[in-house]
Design a protein. Sequence first.
Length: 333
Amino acid sequence: MDDFSTSRRQRLLSEKYFRWLKDFLRESVDYWSQTLPANGTESERRAGAAWSRASDRLRGLLLRYTGGEDIQPMRTELEDVVGAYEEYTALRRIADDDSTSPPFMFGEIGDYEQAMQLIGLSYLLHRRDLLPRIAGMLDPSYCAQDTLYEDLLAYGIEGRFDVDKWFQDKPYRTLINSFYRDTDGESIADISTYLDDWYPALKDAPGYRDGYLNQSGTGGSYVGYWAMEAAAAAYLLELDDTSFRDHLLYPKDLVNFAREFDARQHSRPAALTGPVSVRTGQVCPETGIWKAHGHNVPGVLVQKGDRMPEVFAPDAHGALRPQPALWEFERKG
């Protein structure tokens, strides 16, 4: 068995296709950075090019994970993905003349899954600082409108909402249930069922149905099938994933990375005492809840060693935009 066969994280992926698609997606991001689609108004064309750049960046990250590449660089790559979707969201809102237009439509299961994957990846790659930026894109349309969205964000952002409704029932209701069970065993059973139901529920979404069967050196949509949100739930709920960790759709290496990252953090010197302030872009000196001085926004959980985030706050025209902030340590997370 060759090196690729042993290093790839999903046995469905062929090496020839992986090598081709990895280069293609990189070239596609470059192409859409210099080219606009042929049809539509100028603002619609700019939004369309931005969508292609963002979706290709996310597909590239997922493909590299599926292909067995090192996880550590993906922490930085995820920020590039989120930044690309922020750019698309801003251009989409201009094209729509609507300040609430989201990057993903929760009524479409493929879009909904991508949004949950981004949130899940933020936990698994220890980039919780990206969660307020993701929420900044989605909240104008979906704040307090979807249980799974709120439940996942609540582990990284204070002040989220307790709601009992959701846009997509299958397979997501089972995952939602896992957050509300009385015992770990019940939650484990829910996630196991969810993993079994995930692909059948997504089979009609673009890029999912039998995409793994159409791999060639000139085309294909498959970048890996991963229930990132299920892995995030298992990690956040601190569940024993032994019974489902070898499931084809469960990204166990990401869960291992998240747990090992926690262990490294806990082995470092004792926590800070007394008031501490750090500016956007500086290294976070302590894992905990940080508040943006002078901004009326919820506290954010930032991991020690991560870069302090920007804060999304209204500008002079009332539009939410990223702004630097002075962050004050509030309490240990």
